[in-house]
Design a protein around this ligand. Structure first.
Ligand SMILES: [Mg+2]
Length: 441
């Protein structure tokens, strides 16, 4: 039987629930519902006007309902009166097919028909900046190679500790925190889980980091490239497929420790990387991070060509250890649910077609890219990614043509708005539109 949220509220002294959902552009939306009303909301959902968010709906549509998943409940560690809930969207008695959490659940269901579960972990990089968004918050954080800088990390101890303590309390099992490659940039890692749990936690993590940064007088941004000359915010994902307790990606006799299943799954992602960029690199600003020139630190840490390797960070896919791979394409603006859903959809295509990814490369792709001009390149701007997605039959088949068309329609509307005000050139400074629309992504 499903957990009773009303009883949980009494037990845990929760006064309010945030019934939340993520729209197609990854924006976290919610209603704050008093505990006395949660019983009815748990059954029928909280009502929203869907068209007012980034979903393909009109003002003539009926109400949309967010039905909370009680298993996703998180009591805010910094405000115990509030319980956060991820929800699935429903309209007219049916799930909204073109809504991110439903899209992910549909892919999970397809994978389950093969008795497989995808487990994943995400590495959400972020910057701590001034509240007005104009500069790095820590004025002393100016080194040209600031990665793992202990002093800069410890100047943010109070905030990092509060976030990490929160994750410990929530049972996420965090295991390391560091200063990343750009000035003002940090990363915090916690354990991997089944991919729906990871998507919910990823969504909550961004909300938590932004909220706690604000509490400490700072602003956190996951924007892919908030500063032109510095390394951008990636959101690398570590992927494996499991059947019961068995990792189906693990093959100890293989040189990279990967099974045929893993190579096929990875092959599907490589094959569809160009259209997938519309999900993984969904903003105008995303394309300042991929295909980028080296930054102040000497490396962009992000891919430009579609290739894979062993433990080598210059490729789009890295195999750091036997039994899993790391996909380095995604950035901080990627929608937590579409990130996981896109990986499954492409991976499944690879499994079904036994896609061969070819031989792994061992070169330094940042310096040797000129010798690999035969490799497929990642899109150079959002317009190209949208076009790739529009022309792609595999992803349309995986998600439904109507679902992909809804996404494309909204992305094109957004792009039109951008083009009316600005033009995109990655050599030019970051536009005001990008800052206004991506700093809080
Ligand atoms: Mg990192």
């Amino acid at each position: 039987m499903a957990k009773n949220l009303s009883s949980i509220a009494k037990l845990k002294k929760i006064k309010y629930f945030l019934i939340s959902f993520v729209d197609l552009f990854g924006v976290l939306r919610s209603k704050l519902v008093p505990a006395q009303a949660i019983s009815e909301m748990q059954k029928n959902g909280a009502g929203f006007a869907g068209f007012a968010t980034w979903l393909d709906m009109t003002p003539a549509d009926t109400d949309m309902f967010a039905i909370p998943d009680p298993d996703s409940l998180i009591q805010l560690p910094w405000n115990k009166e509030v319980g956060w809930l991820a929800s699935d969207l429903w309209m007219g008695g049916k799930p909204v097919k073109a809504s991110p959490r439903v899209m992910l659940k549909n892919q999970i269901e397809k994978l389950s028909k093969k008795d497989l579960v995808m487990k994943s972990g995400v590495e959400c990089e972020y910057f701590l900046i001034s509240p007005d968004g104009s500069k790095i918050a820590d004025e002393r954080d100016t080194q040209s190679k600031p990665c793992y800088d202990q002093s800069a990390l410890m100047r943010r101890y109070d905030l990092i500790k509060e976030i990490c303590d929160s994750m410990i309390e929530l049972g996420w099992n965090p295991y390391q925190n560091d200063h990343e490659d750009a000035n003002g940039q940090f990363e915090m890692n916690w354990d991997y889980s089944d991919c729906l749990t990871t998507a919910d936690r990823h969504t909550f993590f961004k909300f938590m980091v932004k909220s706690l940064a604000e509490k400490h007088g700072l602003r956190a941004t996951f924007m892919p490239k908030p500063f032109q000359n510095l390394t951008g915010n990636g959101c690398h994902a570590h992927i494996s497929l499991w059947k019961d307790k068995q990792n189906k990606f693990l093959e100890t006799g293989d040189r990279l420790g990967l099974s045929k299943t893993a190579y096929n799954f990875l092959g599907g992602i490589m094959k569809l990387a160009q259209p997938l960029a519309a999900f993984f690199n969904p903003t105008v600003n995303s394309y300042r991070r991929i295909n980028a020139p080296p930054t102040k630190s000497g490396a962009s840490w992000s891919p430009s060509s579609i290739s894979y390797s062993g433990n080598n960070r210059t490729h789009m896919i890295r195999v750091p250890d036997p039994g899993r791979f790391e996909l380095r394409l995604m950035d901080g603006s990627s929608n937590p649910y579409l990130l996981q859903a896109g990986v499954i959809a492409a991976g499944l295509d690879g499994l079904n077609n036994r896609t061969d990814p070819g031989e792994p490369l061992t070169c330094n792709m940042y310096t040797d890219y000129k010798n690999y001009s035969h490799l497929k390149k990642l899109p150079d701007e959002i317009e190209e990614s949208i076009k790739e997605l529009e022309d792609n039959k595999e992803l349309k088949e995986a998600f439904g043509e109507d679902v992909i068309n809804s996404y494309i329609k909204l992305k094109k509307e957004e792009l039109d708005e951008f083009n009316r005000q600005e033009s995109f050139n990655k050599k030019d400074p970051i536009t005001e539109w990008e800052r206004k629309n991506t700093l809080d992504c």
